[in-house]
Write a protein that binds this ligand. Structure first.
Ligand SMILES: [Fe+2]
Ligand SMILES: [Fe+2]
Length: 145
């Protein structure tokens, strides 16, 4: 499976979110390299990394969207929730697979889905956030009570 290279086109010019996107890209690419060697041992950790990503990154991104009054927030949150469902379904199918051949096939489908989803989501949806991020500079420091 081809490696998904980071492109400048994916950048939000906002390192906290960009770094999380890059880290998730590493997860996808490492899994892709494992699969090119038909190596499945790291798949459980790969699914865990997906869950970590959705827990940490989606909540951070949604929080930023709220802070800058991003208008398309509801549709974006729905896209995140749909991805969480997709991951749960892929993991379930992978865990239910009874042979190594089926697991390999499902692992390949999962990684193909992640690559396509990641590029599409970052370029078409996350990127829409970019013009609003300048507002963060003008906001007072955040207070948590
Ligand atoms: Fe997003
Ligand atoms: Fe994102």
């Amino acid at each position: 499976m081809p490696i998904v290279a980071w492109r400048e086109q994916m950048s939000l010019d906002y390192p906290p979110l960009d770094d999380e996107h890059k880290a998730f890209l590493d997860v996808i690419n490492n899994a892709s390299m494992d699969l090119s060697r038909h190596e499945l041992d790291n798949m459980p950790q790969m699914f865990e990394a997906c869950y970590d990503y959705v827990r940490n990154h989606f909540s951070a991104e949604e929080d930023v969207m709220e802070r800058v009054n991003f208008p398309d927030i509801m549709a974006h949150i729905q896209a995140h929730q749909q991805f969480i469902k997709n991951i749960a379904e892929f993991r379930q199918a992978y865990e239910n697979a009874t042979t190594r051949g089926k697991k390999l096939d499902l692992a390949q489908k999962t990684i193909a889905f992640l690559s396509v989803w990641f590029i599409g989501h970052v370029i078409s949806r996350d990127k829409m956030l970019k013009p609003y991020l300048v507002r963060l500079r003008n906001l007072p420091p955040r207070m948590d009570y």
